[in-house]
Design a protein around this ligand. Structure first.
Ligand code: AMP
Length: 410
């Protein structure tokens, strides 16, 4: 099978590695450290009819309707069309689907008017949660115990100062409390199979200090998640969601990524994304022992019953992100990267390249905020963590920083 992966970061590197165990893989645009990377756009790659499956990494092309366009050309695609991708593209839409499907989720209202928003806010108890409706690269959510801060934030968002047009509609939610986990559901339109849970670490600093990031680390399995959790998530969240989408005429073939909070009243849905999480999916995908290409192709064909349920090794994976100077506020790029080969030589380690490029003389340099993912594997989280940090110590560039407490509770 020939598979094209669309995207260029650590998630796509992991997808490419795991797919390549059973398929021929091309990544577009990829990056210099992802094998099989090519500059050719996906629409050109499929032109000769030899591509058996296209797998989308990031959400932006999905929201833009690229999966629809490829399907219209007769290409087999793993990734939802633009209508399905609205689950990630609009928080208000996602909450509406969650409500109509009867999912456990935080109470909510959507607003475009600041005084109406403030009237609603004062009826809630802290923490207050203010979300930009549209895509905001993971930075559109404020959670605060301060009513004054919440009011200032909603004024700034609705006034278009913080997020421009995508901020002019907001969602205010009841604040929930509890640990968060991610579950990735492979969906074929009507059925789904949920992969084992993972957890990511969003804040830039140890002890969850400092600003939110795209994710500074992840681990799987998550020790406090009970047995059977993935199946429970499927029954409680994913199947009702697919039924609601089907009722609306949406044939969702791709990943539904459920961000769940384990509250005292049980798991509640915080968000849906329509693609694999980055970096949380990496730790799940690398543990897969069955054929990922076959699984995603079956989902793309609309028939998950055609393939066996996926299987996973019973070891643990811990991922630590190495970030560039200034990330997440103002990441500096162009710093020379050293030590990747030494790090990769550590037993049990996989290095995934996220934000890297070659400079003019072919030297590998930093090209983004999150530069490299170091993944350690071991018999348990403590061992996997040790292995990951041993490898991390071999990597360097000017301004490199990483958390030192990923999976420390494992
Ligand atoms: P989202 O982009 O919707 O996933 O929100 C980003 C982060 O904000 C989540 O990972 C949570 O940590 C936090 N968050 C979102 N919604 C809520 C909520 N209703 N209650 C408490 N925290 C929340």
């Amino acid at each position: 099978m020939k598979v094209v992966v669309v995207g260029s970061g650590g998630r796509e590197h992991a997808l490419a590695l795991v797919l390549a165990r059973h398929a021929e893989v091309v990544v577009t645009p990829g990056n210099p450290a992802i094998p099989g990377s090519v500059d050719t756009p996906v629409f050109d790659l499929v032109a000769d009819g030899t591509v058996d499956l296209v797998v989308f990494g990031p959400e932006l092309p999905l929201v833009a309707g690229h999966a629809d366009q490829l399907r219209a050309m007769g290409v087999r695609v793993f990734g939802p069309g633009a209508e399905g991708a609205k689950l990630e593209g609009s928080k208000a839409y996602m909450k509406m689907i969650a409500t109509d499907a009867g999912l456990p989720t935080a109470m909510w209202e959507a607003f475009t008017d600041a005084s109406e928003a403030k009237d609603y806010l004062v009826t809630l108890r802290p923490p207050y949660v203010i979300k930009t409706d549209g895509l905001a690269a993971g930075r559109g959510v404020l959670v605060t115990d301060s009513l004054a801060e919440a009011e200032l934030d909603l004024e700034a968002k609705l006034g278009g100062t913080t997020f421009g047009e995508s901020g002019r509609r907001i969602v205010i939610e009841e604040g929930l409390v509890g640990p968060e986990v991610s579950v990735f559901a492979i969906c074929d339109g009507t059925r789904a199979v949920c992969l084992p849970a993972a957890q990511d670490f969003k804040r830039v600093g140890d002890g969850d200090a400092g600003p939110n990031t795209g994710g500074m680390g992840a681990w799987s399995p998550v020790v406090f998640v009970p047995d059977g959790f993935a199946d429970e998530v499927n029954r409680t969240f994913i199947e009702p969601t697919l039924a609601e989408l089907t009722r609306r005429g949406i044939d969702f073939r791709g990943v539904l990524y459920a961000g769940l909070m384990l509250t005292a009243d049980g798991p509640k849905l915080i968000e849906y994304n329509v693609r694999f999480g980055d970096p949380d999916s990496q730790v799940v995908l690398l543990r897969m022992t069955s054929d990922l290409a076959e699984l995603l192709a079956a989902a793309a064909d609309g028939d998950l019953t055609a393939v066996p349920a996926p299987t996973f090794s019973d070891d643990a994976a811990v991922l630590v992100v190495a970030a560039s100077e200034g990330y997440p506020v103002a990441p500096r790029t162009g710093d020379v990267i050293a030590g990747l080969d030494d790090a990769a030589a550590v037993d049990g380690v996989t290095i995934l390249a996220a934000g890297v490029r070659h400079d003019d003389d072919g030297t590998l340099v930093t090209a983004g905020g999150r530069v490299v993912n170091v993944v350690g594997r071991g018999v348990d989280a403590a061992h996997a963590r040790e292995v990951a940090y041993e490898a991390m110590a071999k990597i360097s560039w000017s301004g490199l920083h990483h958390r030192t407490d990923i999976a420390a509770d494992g």
